[in-house]
Design a protein around this ligand. Structure first.
Ligand SMILES: Nc1nc2c(c(=O)[nH]1)N[C@H]1C(S)=C(S)[C@@H](COP(=O)(O)OP(=O)(O)OC[C@H]3O[C@@H](n4cnc5c(=O)[nH]c(N)nc54)[C@H](O)[C@@H]3O)O[C@H]1N2
Ligand SMILES: Nc1nc2c(c(=O)[nH]1)N[C@H]1C(S)=C(S)[C@@H](COP(=O)(O)OP(=O)(O)OC[C@H]3O[C@@H](n4cnc5c(=O)[nH]c(N)nc54)[C@H](O)[C@@H]3O)O[C@H]1N2
Ligand code: SF4
Ligand SMILES: [Mo]
Length: 911
């Protein structure tokens, strides 16, 4: 029997944003007030890239609501001792008691000063899930904005282990926080460990399935055969962490064997290739305007790059005069010196990296590497065009994608640079069919990549680099991970702290580096939708450190390993219970490219469970109790909940002196959203969105490709030559050395104009040998990790139905090892083994498979829970306890990779 739900509906529209591959729209069927079924939203089939469907994870949301292990009332800890072995002895308390306790802490901090004696914020906050928490935390950002400065730099799994290098370099070169193929038009994809069939969500899977239907050829280069490898045209089992060599060899073939077939017009007009490089490695510049010079083949002289009607030389060496501007005030005046185009420098630089050389490094046949380079070039169709929204654009249907491990730690810079160069050489960057960007996060405005395009003095995209000059360098870090001090590229946006070397914040708690401020603990730490005690590196150490924090407030859905150390647990309303309006459409990661943009509402589909509260209610209550109501309301009016409530076209602003209930706040946001979408004409509020679920307007496809805007604004891509990074690196080095700091010297070496190849495997091995005094040959295996389609990190591990579905995929069950190698070692499928890294050891069941290199082992996902109900009984190990946090394994961008060296030993027979 079907009855009406509390909102008078039996089918209620809402969204899922449980993973970064969303958001996706869905309907929830409600019977007798009980949510019973997740359904696709086929009403949105024509306007969502996933055709109105959701992935398997969304179907777990029903069990999430009714999970018997949920925390349903606020709790406080009664055991003052914290630690894994301590029972927190949580007892239920009222919301009043919980919120007053937090407000008391905040008010004390406000009175004492927001910054502690070491110069760090007393309040810290960590959020997880690659930024998806924002789509569930209602108006909490508005409350947090009243407490600033806040330390958001305690690593939470996302950031430094995630798509890190790509975030920074992608934004630098093409406003691409995440990079994707233009899958609907692409014909040839080389994927270096990008596991799109598991990690791309319903939209990624749909786009790639359609592409296969069209005949796309995808080459999956990775040490273990993932779902993506299995669904690709070809699997190339490369040695872990040798991807840069493979990519350099591809570039070598293009430059040294096929140069005439490259897109020379794109290189000349849309990149810094023709810029002239002077003897000290900086551009030759015009003494008056200081503009970089190019050699004009028409007038046979050096002219500023932006001179009209010129034909800049792409290749060659010239004898010319000009000035060179180096780091700080370094300046050279040159008369008749030899200068070379940046492109010529590149040709020279890539000379040694032949396929034969790479074959030895990567353990991949050189014929395969050369064939892939040629296939890439053939498919690039250099010279072809296509019309998009009435504009003729180049059509270059080839792309290179990078997975999260390829993206991180040493080699990340090389991979990102090489991937972007592979696009640039054939004119396939930011054009139809090619390698394109999705979101922008570090540059402003974050709402539209096209709007963030700004011309720099040198003719490239202007980038908000953190200053490294003497006057402006942030010598004393403002947060514990020192992101703006150590990583100029991280910028200074709302996301920058989470993208700094976030392990530094944890590591220093144990022992800080030389000449560095004394590490302090945050007086108050907020945690939501992240579980660093399971998701980060060296989880044993992280757990111990978390236990030393004096006052931790965790929003809690169930008990978990991080909130085991909390002082207060606050039960929020989960995905199907809370109210929130978010922006959807446009271009978002991972492959959410829409032809529409607009808003979607998340709404309660059923009565909330227990005494859980809406995040917006919690935020308003906290603001009130912390005497911050007025600032909080002002933040909401400015748009802290997603939409500015007042512009020159409309005014739905809230009275800042009054407390507003949850529905009033979202009604104002809904009205502002309607007005924004209709240019101020319409103003439908919450009721409209509750009924329809979403509202869209067009998003022109031309905006998927930055090149149109770049052409219009006369902006070039800053490739191949990294003159800016080189200067920034020298300056940063001087600043650090002036303070006596030498522990960042290896990172400084990465600031090269053309990244030099390194032996990345040896770098890893050396770091482990040095730091642990081991002989690395005792640890013969590389241990890697891989995504599961069913799980969103550790976020849905406590859902029974998800566990059931995932059991159909055997690699969830334990340590995946090559069958032949196992036999040689006298091991078989199902054996119990101990897995030991130089840092620590863990145990698991052996799963033997042909689809993995003999020198590689794989542990899927991030399990190893010991407090999370249900998941704590999985008995599946994770690599996270085995991977150390080391400065030696941190690259200049501040990231490291989910990678370990291990040995294994049998400890029990297969049953
Ligand atoms: N071994 C291994 N480790 C990894 C990775 C890997 O591939 N392998 N990947 C890394 C990457 S790329 C990332 S981005 C990070 C992600 O790591 P984290 O961001 O730390 O994410 P989770 O581990 O999913 O933690 C989410 C927590 O939120 C809780 N939660 C879920 N829903 C709700 C809710 O509605 N309300 C509340 N209050 N809490 C909720 C869950 O119970 C869980 O404890 O992990 C990293 N760690
Ligand atoms: N279902 C689901 N989707 C997700 C997430 C989730 O938790 N669940 N998380 C989201 C987030 S935050 C992220 S960061 C993305 C991550 O998305 P992906 O980058 O696609 O993630 P992984 O599957 O962890 O890693 C990809 C592959 O890298 C390979 N690999 C490991 N080491 C190397 C190496 O040295 N070289 C090469 N070539 N390959 C290597 C592994 O075999 C693995 O299959 O997924 C997002 N999407
Ligand atoms: S892909 Fe991610 S956001 Fe989309 S339905 Fe699945 S879990 Fe939800
Ligand atoms: Mo991630």
């Amino acid at each position: 029997m079907t009855q009406e739900s509390p909102t008078g509906k039996t089918k209620i529209p809402t969204y899922c944003y449980q993973c970064v591959a969303g958001p996706d729209l869905l309907n929830v069927r409600v019977e007798d007030g009980i949510a019973t079924e997740i359904q696709p939203n086929f009403g949105a089939a024509d306007c969502t890239p996933a055709g109105g469907k959701v992935c398997v994870k969304a179907f777990g949301l029903i069990q999430k609501v009714y999970n018997p292990h949920r925390i349903l009332t606020p709790m406080k800890r009664t055991n003052p001792k914290k630690g894994r072995e301590e029972d927190p002895k949580f007892v239920p308390i009222s919301w009043d008691e919980a919120l007053d306790a937090i407000a008391e802490k905040v008010n004390k901090i406000q009175a004492e000063g927001k910054i502690d004696a070491a110069g760090y914020p007393r309040v810290a906050a960590s959020f997880g899930g690659g930024g998806t928490s924002t789509y569930y935390m209602g108006t909490f950002p508005a409350f947090l904005s009243t407490l600033t400065p806040i330390d958001m730099g305690f690593g939470s799994g996302q950031g430094v282990k995630c798509y890190h290098s790509e975030h920074l370099y992608g934004e630098l070169w093409h406003r691409a926080f995440i990079v994707a193929p233009d899958t609907p038009k692409c014909e040839y994809i080389i994927s270096f460990g990008m596991n799109i069939e598991a990690s791309g969500g319903v939209c990624g899977v749909r786009r790639h399935a359609d592409a296969r239907d069209r005949g796309v050829k995808r080459i999956q280069v990775e040490p273990h055969l993932s779902q993506t490898g299995a669904a690709s045209s070809e699997w190339v089992p490369i040695k872990p962490k040798t991807d840069p060599a493979f990519m350099y060899a591809l570039i070598h073939v293009l430059l040294h064997e096929q140069r005439d077939r490259l897109d020379k017009v794109f290189l000349r007009d849309r990149t810094g290739s023709p810029y002239l490089v002077a003897p000290n490695g900086y551009y030759l510049r015009d003494p008056e305007t200081k503009k970089p010079l190019v050699y004009d083949l028409k007038t046979k002289q050096a002219v500023p790059f932006d001179t009209a009607n010129i034909e800049p030389a792409l290749e060659g060496q010239f004898v010319l005069s000009g000035i060179e501007l180096g780091a700080d005030d370094d300046r050279w005046e040159h008369q008749d010196i030899k200068v070379t185009t940046a492109f010529e420098k590149l040709i020279e630089h890539m000379k040694p990296f032949t396929p034969l050389w790479a074959a030895r490094v990567c353990d991949v046949d050189n014929k395969i590497i050369r064939r892939i380079a040629l296939e890439y070039l053939d498919h690039a169709k250099v010279g072809e065009t296509i019309e998009v929204d009435g504009r003729t654009m180049p059509l270059r249907p080839v792309a290179v994608t990078l997975g999260k491990t390829v993206n991180n730690g040493w080699g990340g810079y090389h991979c990102c640079w090489a991937r972007t160069m592979l696009a640039v050489l054939v004119g396939a960057l930011e054009v139809p069919g090619g390698t394109i960007g999705t979101t922008v996060r570090i540059n402003r405005p974050a709402s539209d990549r096209n709007d963030s395009v700004k011309l720099s003095e040198d003719g490239f995209l202007a980038y908000p680099m953190n200053p490294t000059d003497k006057e402006n360098w942030l010598a004393t870090p403002d947060v514990r991970n020192a992101n703006r001090t150590l990583v100029p590229l991280v910028g200074n946006s709302a996301w920058s702290q989470a993208l700094g070397p976030t392990h530094l914040a944890w590591m220093q708690q144990d022992k800080g580096p030389d000449h560095w401020p004394q590490a302090t603990k945050p007086d108050l730490w907020f945690v939501y939708r992240t579980n660093p005690a399971v998701s980060f590196w060296d989880t044993n150490q992280i757990t111990k450190t978390i236990a030393t924090f004096p006052f931790t407030v965790c929003f809690a859905y169930t008990r978990d390993e991080t909130n085991h150390m909390a002082d207060i647990l606050l039960p929020d309303r989960t995905d199907l219970e809370g109210l929130q309006l978010i922006r959807i459409g446009g271009t978002k990661f991972i492959e959410q490219f829409w032809d529409h943009q607009g808003f979607a509402l998340r709404q309660p589909v059923t009565e909330p469970q227990g005494d859980t509260r809406d995040f917006t209610w919690i935020s308003t209550e906290l603001a009130k109790r912390c005497n911050m109501l007025e600032q909080y309301n002002k933040a909401l009016n400015r748009g802290a909940a997603g939409v500015a409530l007042k512009t020159d076209k409309y005014d739905f602003s809230l009275d800042v002196t009054q407390e507003h209930d949850v529905e009033t706040i979202w009604d104002a946001n809904c009205k502002a959203a309607s007005a924004e979408i209709t240019g101020g004409k319409e103003q439908q509020g919450l009721d409209y969105y509750k009924e329809k679920g979403y509202r869209l307007t067009d998003f022109p496809r031309i905006k998927w490709y930055l090149t149109a805007k770049m052409e219009d604004e006369g902006v070039r891509y800053e490739l191949p030559y990294q003159e800016t990074l080189k200067r920034v690196g020298v300056q940063l080095g001087r600043r650090l050395h002036e303070k006596g700091i030498s522990w960042w010297d290896e990172q400084l070496e990465e600031y090269e104009a053309l990244p030099d190849m390194m032996d990345f495997q040896a770098l890893w091995e050396g770091a482990l040998e040095r730091n642990f005094g081991v002989d690395i040959s005792d640890y013969p295996f590389w241990l890697v990790t891989s995504r599961s389609m069913q799980y969103a990190w550790g976020g849905n591990v406590s859902i029974q139905m998800i566990r059931e579905v995932s059991k159909n995929i055997g690699t969830h069950g334990g340590l995946v090892m090559n069958t032949g190698r196992a036999h040689k070692m006298g091991l078989k499928d199902g054996d119990r083994v101990e897995i030991t890294s130089p840092l620590s050891a863990t145990r698991g069941i052996l799963v033997t498979r042909e689809g993995i290199r003999p020198d590689t082992l794989m542990l899927m996902g991030q399990f190893d829970h010991w407090a999370t109900p249900f998941a704590k009984d999985f008995n599946v190990p994770s690599m996270n306890a085995l991977v150390p946090m080391l400065l030696d394994l941190t690259d200049s961008s501040g990231s490291g990779a989910d990678l370990a060296r291990v040995k294994i030993k049998k400890i029990g027979e297969a049953k």
